[in-house]
Write a protein that binds this ligand. Structure first.
Ligand SMILES: [Zn+2]
Length: 229
């Protein structure tokens, strides 16, 4: 009888207290508060919390241009100006495949995430933004785009995820370039590209060379209206 009572008590204890313990831990892990000690690029920062632990944070729902893309450096500067050396609160949303914490960076009453989009310093990253407020962020992007703010002032802004994909996977190796070297020429001023049959093929500003049509379009060139490549 005593043993049975003990068992019942233990079960009762587990049912009541274990969830509380778990909840506590979950809450503690839900936010990080600390000082921004480094800015890797527009969408990646490092925060030092009060227990002297560093957290690398990927900013949720946005994707800044790569450092060697247009506005990559400006985005980094923007993030620096807003948060570097300051105390921020991170709302943790996810962990990415590199093990980085993905979160919303709040400073004063603003979020760095939204500010990046509003100021045309980042693309809205719809593929990874699934929270209820993401449609609002998409709206911010449309506003920035229509007002040609920041990266939207560029003629052919390339989404960084496509840029990364292009530079790592579809970039032709040197042999294929030589083999197809003459395929298409692009006018780097007008951003129009021509086939080898076109009279504009060797034009003065036709300094860009593409092995195929896809590459020309991906780089931001439009097909010529005359030779229709
Ligand atoms: Zn042409």
């Amino acid at each position: 009888m005593i043993i049975r009572r003990f068992v019942i008590k233990s079960i009762f204890f587990s049912l009541v207290f274990l969830p509380i313990l778990f909840l506590n831990q979950a809450c503690a892990r839900n936010t990080i508060s600390g000082k921004v000690v480094s800015v890797t690029d527009g969408d990646t920062i490092t925060v030092l919390d009060s227990s002297n632990t560093q957290h690398k944070i990927r900013i949720y729902g946005v994707d800044c241009p790569e450092s060697h893309q247009g506005y990559g450096q400006k985005a980094k500067q923007f993030t620096s100006d807003l948060v570097f050396g300051k105390t921020v609160e991170i709302k943790i949303m996810d962990t990415d495949r590199y093990g980085r914490t993905v979160g919303i960076v709040n400073i004063d009453s603003k979020s760095l995430n939204a500010e990046l989009i509003i100021n045309g310093m980042a693309w809205f990253y719809g593929q990874y933004c699934k929270a209820s407020f993401c449609s609002q962020w998409n709206q911010y992007q449309e506003e920035a785009r229509s007002r040609k703010i920041g990266l939207w002032s560029m003629q052919n802004p390339i989404p960084p995820w496509e840029f990364r994909h292009g530079s790592s996977k579809t970039a032709p190796n040197p042999t294929t370039i030589t083999q197809n070297a003459g395929a298409y020429h692009g006018n780097s001023k007008s951003m129009v590209f021509h086939s080898s049959k076109c009279k504009f093929y060797d034009c003065k500003n036709c300094t860009a060379v593409f092995p195929d049509r896809d590459m020309a379009i991906k780089t931001g060139f439009r097909p010529c209206g005359e030779c229709k490549p």
